[in-house]
Write a protein that binds this ligand. Structure first.
Ligand SMILES: [Zn+2]
Length: 101
Protein backbone atom coordinates (compact mmCIF):
# COMPACT_ATOMS: atom_id res chain seq x y z
CA UNK A 1 0.00 0.00 0.00
CA UNK A 2 1.33 3.37 -1.01
CA UNK A 3 1.86 5.98 1.70
CA UNK A 4 -0.93 8.52 1.18
CA UNK A 5 0.16 12.06 0.47
CA UNK A 6 -1.99 15.09 1.10
CA UNK A 7 -2.90 16.84 -2.12
CA UNK A 8 -3.04 20.21 -0.39
CA UNK A 9 -0.01 20.45 1.93
CA UNK A 10 1.90 17.60 0.21
CA UNK A 11 2.76 15.94 3.52
CA UNK A 12 2.66 12.18 3.87
CA UNK A 13 0.24 10.75 6.37
CA UNK A 14 -0.58 7.36 7.84
CA UNK A 15 -2.43 4.81 5.76
CA UNK A 16 -4.69 4.31 8.78
CA UNK A 17 -5.80 7.94 8.46
CA UNK A 18 -6.68 7.56 4.82
CA UNK A 19 -10.38 7.90 4.09
CA UNK A 20 -10.05 8.22 0.34
CA UNK A 21 -10.20 12.00 0.45
CA UNK A 22 -6.54 12.37 -0.48
CA UNK A 23 -6.14 14.85 2.36
CA UNK A 24 -4.25 14.65 5.65
CA UNK A 25 -6.15 15.03 8.91
CA UNK A 26 -5.16 18.69 9.16
CA UNK A 27 -6.40 19.66 5.72
CA UNK A 28 -9.51 17.51 5.80
CA UNK A 29 -12.74 19.32 6.60
CA UNK A 30 -13.98 18.42 10.07
CA UNK A 31 -17.58 18.06 9.09
CA UNK A 32 -17.74 17.29 5.45
CA UNK A 33 -21.31 17.49 4.21
CA UNK A 34 -22.51 20.79 5.75
CA UNK A 35 -19.32 22.60 4.74
CA UNK A 36 -19.99 21.91 1.11
CA UNK A 37 -23.56 23.08 0.87
CA UNK A 38 -24.16 25.53 3.64
CA UNK A 39 -20.84 27.28 4.05
CA UNK A 40 -19.19 27.11 0.69
CA UNK A 41 -22.03 27.54 -1.75
CA UNK A 42 -23.38 30.86 -0.66
CA UNK A 43 -24.07 33.68 -3.02
CA UNK A 44 -21.65 36.52 -2.57
CA UNK A 45 -19.18 34.60 -0.48
CA UNK A 46 -15.63 35.58 -1.34
CA UNK A 47 -12.16 34.77 -0.12
CA UNK A 48 -12.35 31.05 -0.64
CA UNK A 49 -8.91 29.49 -1.03
CA UNK A 50 -8.16 26.40 -3.02
CA UNK A 51 -7.33 24.68 0.27
CA UNK A 52 -10.99 25.15 1.17
CA UNK A 53 -12.37 24.45 -2.24
CA UNK A 54 -10.42 21.26 -2.99
CA UNK A 55 -11.99 19.22 -0.15
CA UNK A 56 -15.42 20.34 -1.29
CA UNK A 57 -14.61 19.32 -4.86
CA UNK A 58 -13.39 15.94 -3.65
CA UNK A 59 -16.52 15.42 -1.58
CA UNK A 60 -18.70 16.17 -4.55
CA UNK A 61 -16.71 13.67 -6.59
CA UNK A 62 -16.75 10.90 -3.98
CA UNK A 63 -20.43 11.43 -3.29
CA UNK A 64 -21.07 11.47 -7.03
CA UNK A 65 -22.77 14.86 -6.97
CA UNK A 66 -21.84 16.56 -10.24
CA UNK A 67 -24.46 19.23 -9.56
CA UNK A 68 -22.43 20.30 -6.50
CA UNK A 69 -19.36 20.55 -8.70
CA UNK A 70 -21.27 22.74 -11.12
CA UNK A 71 -22.35 25.01 -8.29
CA UNK A 72 -18.80 25.25 -6.99
CA UNK A 73 -17.52 26.00 -10.44
CA UNK A 74 -20.04 28.73 -11.13
CA UNK A 75 -19.46 30.28 -7.69
CA UNK A 76 -15.66 30.10 -7.76
CA UNK A 77 -14.79 29.77 -11.41
CA UNK A 78 -11.22 31.06 -11.25
CA UNK A 79 -10.18 29.17 -8.12
CA UNK A 80 -12.03 26.07 -9.31
CA UNK A 81 -9.97 26.00 -12.49
CA UNK A 82 -6.78 26.54 -10.52
CA UNK A 83 -7.68 23.79 -8.03
CA UNK A 84 -8.16 21.12 -10.65
CA UNK A 85 -4.42 20.57 -11.00
CA UNK A 86 -4.20 19.52 -7.34
CA UNK A 87 -6.66 16.70 -7.83
CA UNK A 88 -5.78 13.12 -8.63
CA UNK A 89 -6.03 11.94 -12.18
CA UNK A 90 -9.27 10.03 -11.69
CA UNK A 91 -10.76 13.06 -9.94
CA UNK A 92 -9.80 15.30 -12.85
CA UNK A 93 -11.33 12.74 -15.19
CA UNK A 94 -14.55 12.81 -13.22
CA UNK A 95 -14.76 16.58 -13.52
CA UNK A 96 -13.97 16.46 -17.20
CA UNK A 97 -16.60 13.79 -17.75
CA UNK A 98 -19.35 15.52 -15.82
CA UNK A 99 -18.69 19.19 -16.33
CA UNK A 100 -17.61 19.50 -19.91
CA UNK A 101 -20.36 20.55 -22.23
ZN1 LIG B 1 -2.53 18.32 4.32
Amino acid sequence: METPRCSICKKFYKTDDDNGSGLCLTCRPVNSQPLLKQELIQPGRFGITNAQLIPAMKQAIYNNLPEDLRQLKSAYFYIFERSIKYLKKDERNYIQMHLSK
